[in-house]
Design a protein around this ligand. Structure first.
Ligand SMILES: Cc1cc2nc3c(=O)[nH]c(=O)nc-3n(C[C@H](O)[C@H](O)[C@H](O)COP(=O)(O)OP(=O)(O)OC[C@H]3O[C@@H](n4cnc5c(N)ncnc54)[C@H](O)[C@@H]3O)c2cc1C
Length: 319
């Protein structure tokens, strides 16, 4: 059996490593293109990732990666008075401030160590393909699936070096969006402005990297001989801080699904699709609830748009 995995981020690495654990004799080819952006988002690893990294045999490598333990999040949301969500009391262990490029490089190294082939292109015929290409969902789109966005949130961010160390991740709601600042290992931090494209005042001369951060899902997220994993299947607002653990978890489930689908277990792909759809619906409901806690600027377009979601299919757009 020959399985192609497009993308070697958290979703691709988790799918490939789990499949290797399940079916050591299968040929697994991972098509890998390293991200080239100056700012690679995903700097905080929430508590709970530890169990996933252990299950993938990555925990010792992770600990050697120079990532820093995270204290938690401080948010001024719904009020100017900030409140703390401390990781210190999490039963799932600490959170981490990631060196994201080093984290992604560690994933590729672990794939190599597991004897998985890494290629620049996924060439040749495959019995099954996993699309793990992130928000672009390159493979799924090439197979006719559509990316559907529920909003237009963007992140305009920069990595700032040599300033005062920050104690924790900081989120602060403003009239036209919200600020997100988080420390990185090595006395640097990321500062990002989260807003809608028509409200963004940054110019071309700005040093900021602008990325999509919208809530989106792929429809459908499976085909007869492929499935999408991680952000390629559904991508969440960064406010959730769950992107990486979710991609690692979904990769584990995807690998079992691939094994079952290729072995002819009936309904394997339908079960996977329903899981993704149910998770996205649950996320959307939590997302609405959270944005509705901010009522200080009811007439400001950024917040007014986020009060109108429920039952409004007009806000959905193909990306
Ligand atoms: C502004 C912002 C802040 C965020 N902050 C956090 C955070 O603090 N914590 C957190 O957990 N999550 C965060 N996230 C979410 C997190 O980054 C993603 O959910 C997570 O990276 C998804 O993993 P993935 O493997 O699905 O996709 P990705 O990490 O996007 O990996 C996809 C990989 O596929 C590669 N690729 C693309 N096209 C191809 C191709 N054609 N062939 C081969 N390879 C290809 C890419 O180069 C990349 O290496 C944030 C997201 C945003 C937008």
């Amino acid at each position: 059996m020959r399985v192609g995995i497009w993308g070697a981020g958290p979703a691709g690495a988790s799918t490939a490593l789990t499949l290797r654990q399940l079916e050591p004799a299968w040929e697994i080819v991972v098509a890998h293109r390293a991200a080239t952006r100056s700012w690679q988002p995903g700097e905080t690893l929430a508590p709970g990732a530890q169990a996933l990294l252990r299950g993938l045999g990555l925990w010792e490598r992770f600990l050697a990666g120079g990532h820093a333990q995270a204290a938690g999040t401080r948010a001024a949301w719904g009020s100017a008075e900030p409140y703390d969500n401390e990781y210190l009391f999490s039963a799932q262990g600490p959170g981490w401030h990631l060196n994201r490029p080093a984290f992604d490089a560690m994933l590729v190294e672990a794939l190599r160590a597991a004897g998985i082939e890494i290629a620049a292109e996924a060439a040749g015929a495959f019995d099954f393909v996993a699309d793990c290409t992130g928000r672009s969902a390159v493979y799924g789109v090439s197979r006719g699936a559509r990316r559907i966005a529920d909003d237009r949130l963007i992140a305009a961010g920069t990595v700032v070096a040599g300033s005062q160390p920050m104690a924790c991740t900081y989120v602060e709601a403003q009239e036209s969006g919200w600020w997100y600042s988080t420390p990185l290992p090595g006395n640097r931090y990321v500062r990002a402005w989260m807003t809608d494209p028509d409200l963004y005042r940054g110019g071309r001369e700005s040093a900021e990297t602008v990325l999509s951060a919208c809530s989106q899902h792929l429809s459908p997220c499976v085909g007869e001989d492929w499935l999408a994993v991680g952000d390629a299947a559904a991508a969440f607002d960064p406010l959730s801080s769950q992107g990486i653990p979710r991609a690692l978890r979904m990769g584990r489930i995807a690998a079992y699904t691939i094994r079952d689908a290729v072995s002819g277990v009936p309904g394997a792909l339908t079960k996977y699709r329903r899981y993704i759809e149910a998770e996205y619906a649950h996320y959307r409901s939590a997302h609405r609830h959270f944005y509705r806690q901010e009522n200080r600027w009811p007439d400001a377009p950024f917040w007014a748009r986020r009060q109108q979601y429920e039952g409004d299919s007009n806000v959905q757009t193909a990306v």
